[in-house]
Design a protein around this ligand. Structure first.
Ligand SMILES: Cc1cc2nc3c(=O)[nH]c(=O)nc-3n(C[C@H](O)[C@H](O)[C@H](O)COP(=O)(O)OP(=O)(O)OC[C@H]3O[C@@H](n4cnc5c(N)ncnc54)[C@H](O)[C@@H]3O)c2cc1C
Length: 446
């Protein structure tokens, strides 16, 4: 229902923009530009490309702004994939706008295309800034292409991506100063201002004000650092009035530790224990420059928490049985979810895949959980690189899954692990006849 409402809201904005644009161009001072001469049509469609590009950029900000009323319906994972696809499609609109408008004006003034573009930059208010903004935007999009991005450090990519905000600021002026859609229609200009105010209002509220407000209320503080294995550490967090910090098992938070060497970055980590209204726990694998420093954190360190986020929760499980498949550190949301599902009376089969027995995280806790819910939970550890392991050996593939879960009916599946494993598990489950709506997963990349 909420999903339909949001999609209708989105469609309504597109209709409003198209209606204003069509009305403006049908009632243009130089006659109906939609049905008139080719030059008028070039300009009209060039302006439409600009309007749609600007709208798509605002939409992009909402998609990744961790805006609660959108994120709680679609999930950050799906929104970030949509953001990715829309980003690349945006290039077409971003390029079409200056190309069509420049050709149109060049034809109208009988000048060359380059001369017209130079004229725009020199003599038209704010157009030079917009051209610089466009260049920056296209650069940031190119840098996000997987093949280029994988050669960059996450932080380098992130800083380049953040130049999008500069580009938006640079491009904003020319829309209202020279965009004839707005200069000739104050209602459209008012609507356009409103779109920007609503978008940035949401961003500022959800990204800055809300986390700071929660910090002020709860005073989140690291209360303990626990070594779980050679490269995995749990961070326990407490604070004031914790019962009113509503987080569900399986959800994640963006954490910013207010300590030297940490405070400039916030990173996502999942809740790794059942929420008890008293404390939080995240369990972190040392993968890169930030996570490698986690064991050096000291109790007493303050933490700003943006969240909770995510829809990888027990609410998704509509069947009496849950099959939970975790790989490596992907156990973190699964650990908290398994306990919640057991408490809710579901049967759980937890299949946990690791390279070695030493890399199993929460072994003791999982075994205790099995002892606390006899007959309700089955635990299967799968180890790929330990010939002496007495249990399931090898990689978790389609055949092994089919053998471990002979009856996939009446089951919901929860997956979390390394991206290649998630991809192959999802395909395996689909090929075993599991409906995609029964497969729930959390990707550890945004
Ligand atoms: C929803 C979600 C839940 C997660 N839960 C856990 C968890 O419970 N335990 C755990 O160990 N790991 C978890 N991760 C992964 C964890 O966030 C990354 O391993 C960590 O941010 C890596 O940071 P780094 O600087 O040490 O490594 P890097 O080598 O810099 O980064 C490794 C990869 O992590 C991702 N990453 C890095 N920085 C960020 C950032 N600021 N925001 C988003 N992604 C980033 C990028 O994909 C990057 O390629 C989760 C990720 C997501 C998206």
């Amino acid at each position: 229902m909420k999903k339909a409402g949001l999609l209708i809201l989105l469609a309504a904005q597109l209709v409003i923009i198209l209606a204003f644009w069509a009305w403006n161009h049908m009632n243009h001072a130089m006659g109906n530009q939609l049905t008139g001469e080719a030059v008028g049509q070039l300009l009209a469609y060039g302006r439409l490309a600009g309007l749609l590009a600007a709208f798509a950029i605002l939409l992009q900000l909402i998609l990744t702004g961790r805006v609660k009323w959108v994120e709680s319906v679609f999930g950050l994972d799906r929104l970030s994939r949509l953001h990715h696809i829309l980003g690349f499609s945006l290039v077409l609109l971003l390029v079409m706008h200056p190309v069509l408008v420049t050709i149109g004006h060049a034809k109208q003034s009988d000048s060359g295309i380059i001369a017209q573009f130079v004229d725009f930059c020199k003599n038209w208010e704010d157009v030079l800034a917009a051209a610089v903004g466009l260049g920056l935007m296209i650069f940031a999009i190119i840098v996000s292409i997987a093949i280029i991005r994988k050669h960059l450090r996450y932080e380098t990519w992130h800083i380049i991506h953040m130049t999008f905000y500069i580009s938006i600021a640079l491009a904003f002026g020319h829309q209202l100063a020279v965009g004839s859609d707005f200069t000739g229609n104050r209602y459209f200009a008012g609507y356009w201002y409103a779109l920007y105010i609503i978008t940035f209002g949401n961003l500022i509220y959800y990204r800055i004000i809300r986390p700071l407000w929660k910090f002020n209320r709860h005073r989140f503080t690291v209360t303990g650092i626990v070594t779980e294995s050679a490269d995995v550490t749990s961070v326990h967090i407490g604070g004031r009035e914790m019962a009113s910090f509503k987080i569900k098992a399986g959800q994640f938070m963006m954490l910013r530790f207010l300590a030297k060497g940490f405070r400039w970055q916030s990173h996502p980590f999942s809740m790794s224990c059942l929420p008890d209204g008293k404390h939080l726990r995240v369990t972190i694998k040392q993968l890169g420059d930030f996570t490698r420093k986690i064991p050096d954190l000291n109790p007493g360190t303050k933490v700003i928490i943006d969240g909770p986020h995510g829809i990888f929760t027990a609410r998704k499980c509509l069947s009496p049985n849950a099959v939970m498949i975790a790989g490596g550190i992907g156990i973190t949301p699964i650990r908290s979810l398994a306990e919640e599902l057991l408490q809710a009376g579901r049967n759980v089969h937890l299949i946990y895949s690791n390279r070695t027995r030493e890399s199993i995280v929460f072994r003791r806790e999982l075994d205790e959980l099995a002892a606390a819910f006899p007959g309700k939970i089955k635990l299967t550890y799968v180890i790929s690189e330990d010939p002496a392991w007495q249990g399931e050996r090898g990689r978790l593939d389609r055949d092994k899954t089919a053998r471990l879960v002979p009856d996939t009916k009446e089951c919901d599946f929860y997956l979390c692990g390394p991206p290649p494993m998630m991809k192959s598990m999802r395909l395996s489950l689909l090929s075993l006849g599991v409906r995609s709506g029964k497969i729930h997963y959390e990707r550890f990349s945004l």
